[in-house]
Each structure stands twice: as structure tokens, then as C-alpha cells.
Design a protein around this ligand. Structure first.
Ligand code: GDP
Length: 290
């Protein structure tokens, strides 16, 4: 079942984003480092390019991602014109301190009394925007939660040293171009629990872990060799190992799916990344050939 969002207020969101970008010097695009391409919003990229705004891509939740793959993504992003990329953990103050200097380097003509540096932070839900914004401001300005949420207004905050940052809550729903992205977003919990069946997401996640060379992580945690199994079989094997049974003794697949998803979301399988620049290119090529 393909996962898609009802476009709803997309046109209004686009207009508002365009308007906001007009008065911004540097766009800070927050991504989930475990799915750096699937967590992009292509609309933001289109608007940024048409306005010729430089962009700092933050690969957030880098503490949960595979460091070698994060480095690959940073190199790939920085090949794009006007783009710098940084791996950060929003909860690590040393990482947060690197963000404003990186923005300044992208707009060296700003940060003067007559030309303050105007930033904008954007990204799809649950990538850690509010956590980052609060860390940058040094106070609680934005609500942090583990559930994707919608708030509508655009809000501007002053930062120390002639800088300001605009938040765009609720304007950046994921635009799901490929079915695989829907599953990756759901696995990372960027789209809500009700939108998709957890069992399908868990099976997709299991297959992706195998395809990305992480069989050893499954073996280490659940004590079986998943080589050659499909996603459903892996989830079943996890259920067997963890004693996920219904009252009559039959396997509880939903519970088994939740074991895998929760372990992945909490980083219990170790730091890992579900797509690389090469696997992304292969997925798009296969999609176009179909
Ligand atoms: P927003 O919807 O983009 O504003 O995301 P939030 O700031 O509300 O964060 C969503 C969830 O991700 C919260 O549970 C945060 O605690 C968590 N989170 C944010 N940044 C990080 C990070 O760098 N590492 C980890 N492990 N969790 C993070």
C-alpha cells in the first residue's frame, strides 16, 4: 500500500514559504541523518534555488546514524551549488555551536548593523527542528514532541549578535515521491502512527537493513541469522525470539513489528543509515525504468 498525504493546504504553504524565503539570507534545512534524501522536501529545494538562497543542510540525529554514511552524504550534498552540510545532534551543545558560524560563512556580506543575518529553519516533522531552535535560542521557544504535529504560524526570533531566525512550523509536510520514502519516513517516525500499518513498515525496515548490509546488527540483537529471509520472515523470527504470542499461542505479528520498530527508533540496533547516495540513485533508476 503506497503511503501518501492528502495535499490539503499545500498551495497556501508554498506561497507562505516563498514569501518567507524572500527575506532570508540562509536557509537551514533540517534532515534526518538516517534518511537524508527521504527526509528532504523537494519543494523547499525548488524554492531555494529559484530565490538563489544558500543552504546549510543539517543532518540531525547523527548520533543514531552510521558515521561513514553520514560522511558520504555530506560530501554528496556539498557538491551542490551554494550548499554546506553538517552532521549534528541537536542535544549536543558543541554541535549546536557550529551552526551559526557555518551560516555566517554562507552569507559573509551580512551580520553588520545595517544588514543583520536572517536565517530560516525548515524541515519535515519530527526531524528535530524544535529541539535545534530551542538550543540555538538558549530557551524554550518551540514545543518538542515525539509525535508529528501541525502548528500554522511563521515565527521570527532574535538571536544574539545581529541575527534572527524564522521558524516555519507546520509548513513542511513530507512530499512523498517514491513509495519507499513513505516507509523510510514511517520507520523513522517522521509520519504518524495512524498513517501506516506498522507491520508493513517493520517488514520494509527489515528488508532495508539486510539490503544495506546490517544483517549482523539483527543477529547481534535477536540471535538469529536473517540472511536469505524476506522482511515478513525476519519480523516473524524476531517475534519468535521475543515470545510475542497471542492468548491462543499464535504469533503476534503486530507486537513483533513493534519490537523491531521501537528498537530501531531508540537506536538499540546501533547507529545506522537506511540509504546511501548510491542506493538512492539505484532506487530512482529502478523507479524510472518500471
Ligand atoms: P520537529 O517536529 O522537527 O520540531 O522535531 P522535535 O524537535 O520535536 O524532535 C522530535 C523528536 O526527536 C523528539 O523526541 C526529540 O527529542 C528527538 N530528537 C531531536 N533531535 C535529536 C537528535 O539529534 N538525536 C536524537 N537521538 N533525538 C533527537
Amino acid at each position: 500500500m503506497p503511503i501518501q498525504w492528502f495535499p490539503g493546504h499545500m498551495h497556501a504553504a508554498r506561497r507562505k514559504l516563498e514569501e518567507t524565503l524572500a527575506d532570508v539570507d540562509v536557509l537551514i534545512e533540517v534532515l534526518d541523518a538516517r534518511i537524508p534524501a527521504a527526509s528532504r522536501n523537494p519543494l523547499l529545494e525548488t524554492l531555494r534555488r529559484s530565490r538563489q538562497r544558500p543552504c546549510l543542510k543539517l543532518l540531525n540525529k547523527a548520533d543514531l546514524a552510521d558515521p561513514a554514511r553520514t560522511a558520504e552524504w555530506i560530501a554528496a550534498f556539498e557538491r551542490e551549488e551554494g550548499v554546506r552540510a553538517l552532521a549534528v545532534c541537536a542535544k549536543n551543545p558543541a554541535d549546536v555551536r557550529r551552526i551559526l558560524p557555518a551560516c555566517e560563512r554562507l552569507a559573509p556580506h551580512r551580520s553588520e548593523p545595517t544588514k543583520p543575518l536572517r536565517l530560516m529553519i525548515a524541515g519535515i516533522p519530527n526531524v528535530g527542528k524544535s529541539t535545534l531552535l530551542n538550543a540555538l535560542l538558549g530557551r524554550k521557544a518551540a514545543k518538542v514532541g515525539d509525535e508529528p504535529a501541525v502548528t500554522k504560524s511563521v515565527q521570527r526570533y532574535d538571536l544574539p549578535g545581529l541575527r534572527s531566525i524564522t521558524d516555519t512550523p507546520g509548513l513542511m509536510w513530507p512530499k512523498i515521491e517514491f513509495d519507499a520514502d513513505g516507509y523510510l519516513l514511517a520507520a523513522c517516525h517522521a509520519i504518524g502512527r495512524n498513517a501506516v500499518a506498522e507491520e508493513e513498515v517493520a517488514a520494509f525496515l527489515a528488508e532495508t537493513l539486510l539490503a544495506q548490509g546490517y544483517a549482523d546488527r539483527l543477529t547481534a540483537r535477536y540471535r538469529f541469522d536473517p540472511t536469505g529471509m524476506n522482511g515478513d520472515e525476519i519480523v516473524e523470527a524476531i517475534g519468535e525470539r521475543r515470545g510475542c504470542r497471542r492468548k491462543g499461542g499464535e504469533l503476534d505479528r503486530e507486537k513483533a513489528a513493534n519490537v523491531l520498530l521501537q528498537d530501531f527508533r531508540e537506536g538499540k540496533l546501533g547507529p545506522l543509515t537506511l540509504e546511501t547516495p548510491a542506493s538512492r540513485a539505484a532506487m530512482i533508476a529502478a523507479h524510472e525504468a518500471a
